[in-house]
Design a binder for this molecule. Structure first.
Ligand code: AVJ
Length: 323
């Protein structure tokens, strides 16, 4: 007897646009030369930066990851009751694909599309996941979706549930978040958006979450300088920069900065920038919302059917937005 052939599924991978090195250098240089120097938070995530962020999520002070996980643990069945099975689950910023994988059994998607800026980071995780879920179609897409949410044809034409956990939306200002949410709605016609949002809370909880006692967040922030040195050819010295995180209540956001501990001149091919002692580089915003503010933002973006679930302390919210 011949064995019955079994079709082995394998994930499909697409990288949308190659990194544009000249564009990256121009973006970095113009931010560093602005009156108040700034860098885009995406540059926090080289390989070491991604590992440091994973370590942050395990810190006692960093409540968002575990609080969001507790919301899914308690309420995923209620969410699933509102989401048809057999959808295409589109994971925005999938990374190690862990959060989405935990929802497979309850959401029962037909297809999983993992989107991340780097498709290489997705490869191992997706191959491993495919072996555990041999019947699911899996696609890895490398694209910078902060620049636009037009998915490649490989994502398929099934009904989509966009999954955007972790309060990554907080990296956008509210005005930018509105643009992004409108794009999300257009990218999932007839489908929906499942999104995690960090909530406004006392500064005594917020600031330690971004300035932990072990100094992991400081290392995460300062490591950006090493990443920029490689991308731009600059000569930042990490020891000359100190991590600072503060909550700006007026803007409802945590800001991360790197402060020069002395006068510093940073040089890179074609230009340089002088920093006075105490002058800083603004490296990240992490915007917080009240439940009402975020619901209003979703409505303004065109969503009409909105549900939300929160933890008992009201520290974090998960929204399902449709229509
Ligand atoms: C990945 C943007 C959600 O804002 O909490 C963690 C990044 N920065 N600690 C956040 C971050 C410093 C994180 N997000």
């Amino acid at each position: 007897m011949n064995p019955v052939p079994v079709r082995e599924r394998a994930p499909l991978f697409v990288q949308l646009h190659q990194d544009d090195h000249a564009g990256v250098r121009a973006e970095l240089a113009s931010g560093l030369q602005a009156d108040i120097a700034f860098t885009h938070p995406k540059y926090l995530y080289d390989v070491l930066g991604s590992r440091l962020f994973e370590a942050i999520t395990e810190l006692p002070e960093y409540y968002p990851t575990r609080t969001e996980a507790s919301i899914f643990a308690s309420h995923a069945p209620a969410m699933a009751a509102l989401i048809p099975q057999g959808m295409t689950l589109v994971d925005l910023g999938a990374g190690n694909c862990e959060k989405a994988a935990r929802l497979f059994d309850v959401l029962r998607p037909a297809r999983y599309v993992a989107v991340d800026i780097s498709v290489t980071f997705l490869q191992d995780a997706l191959q491993c996941l495919q072996r555990q879920h041999p019947l699911m179609d899996m696609v890895g897409v490398g694209m910078d979706f902060s620049a636009g949410l037009t998915l490649p044809p490989a994502a398929g034409d099934g009904q989509r549930l966009l999954f955007y956990p972790g309060s990554s939306i907080g990296n956008f200002t509210p005005a930018e978040a509105l643009v992004f949410l409108r794009q999300a709605r257009e990218a999932a016609p007839g489908g929906g958006l499942l999104i995690g949002v960090d909530l406004v809370k006392p500064v005594s909880v917020l600031e330690p979450a971004y300035d932990d006692a072990l100094g992991v967040t400081a290392a995460f922030n300062r490591n950006m300088l090493l990443h920029i040195n490689r991308l731009l050819g600059s000569d930042f010295e990490v020891s000359q920069w100190r991590h600072r995180a503060l909550y700006k209540a007026g803007d409802a956001r945590i800001e991360m900065h790197l402060d020069a501990v002395q006068d510093v001149t940073v040089r890179w091919p074609g230009a340089q920038r002088d920093f006075k002692q105490g002058e800083s580089i603004h490296t990240e915003n992490s915007c917080k919302y009240t439940p009402q503010q975020f619901e209003d933002l979703l409505r303004e973006a065109g969503f009409s059917r909105i549900e939300q679930w929160r933890d008992p302390q009201d520290w974090f919210a998960v929204f399902l937005a449709r229509g």
